[in-house]
Design a protein around this ligand. Sequence first.
Ligand SMILES: C[S@@+](CC[C@H](N)C(=O)[O-])C[C@H]1O[C@@H](n2cnc3c(N)ncnc32)[C@H](O)[C@@H]1O
Length: 276
Amino acid sequence: MKRLVQALLEPARRAKGLLHQCRAERARAALLRRDMIEGVDPEDFEASLRDPTRYYLRSFQDFHREVPGAVRAHRTYFSKERRGFGEDAFHAMWWRLIRRYQPKTFLEIGVYRGQTISLVGLIARLESFACDITGISPFTSAGDSVSDYSEEIDYHDDVLRNFQHFDLREPRLVRAFSTEPAARDVIRECPWDCVYIDGNHDYEVVQADWRACADAAAPGGLIVLDDAGLTTSYRPPPFATAGHPGPSRLAEEIDRSRFRELLQVGHNRVFQKVVL
Ligand SMILES: C[S@@+](CC[C@H](N)C(=O)[O-])C[C@H]1O[C@@H](n2cnc3c(N)ncnc32)[C@H](O)[C@@H]1O
């Protein structure tokens, strides 16, 4: 019976999806045609906290008009054949953030096919500094309550191939769930200059990831929390999303005497460990 209902509802679901895609494409095209949004400097990170929606739209324009061609080409590569998620504006965010803070150590929890870690490697090369990159992920199709992944890819080899495509030094890939002891040991190893939490988005797991990374972050180090924009004033355009409940709730619980909020680009929120 359940299957029959699902089959009957399928055409409506598809039509809704197509309609949404059309609206998203129209909104993207309109923003590309529009004059540069005035009064928002992408280098003014505080502006993103005052008006995250306007800053996001400006970051989208920043990606298409101001970031280096190599960064745009990287996004084009990962946008093909479902190699990555993310949004154009996030490439602009990583470009400005990594260039400014030049982390020597970078940790990603939840790697998928390597879009973000290879972008960090690429920006480090463009800006001529060395960055050791580590990724913790099951490298399987393991998802969470909000995501499903294809079972047909060898994710570990795929990440390495994508690094080779950009001629980047191999990252250290740790095959584990972030909550496993082997992963916890790796997180504790380093005072990390920059961490990106984007693994399992369920509240309990994000909370555990945050706690482990908050302790392991270097003084002045950054933690970027993905999908955490639901609890802010950010209102995404039709081609973007505000995130998921787990990370968004966690972001509101962060102790602001230990971490100050530095930047928000859409559903990505960046926190900096206070130097005591
Ligand atoms: C949204 S994707 C990550 C995208 C990636 N951060 C990027 O920017 O390209 C989430 C990834 O986290 C992985 N994952 C799921 N649960 C995890 C966990 N507990 N620890 C680490 N990774 C996990 C999934 O298998 C998937 O590859």
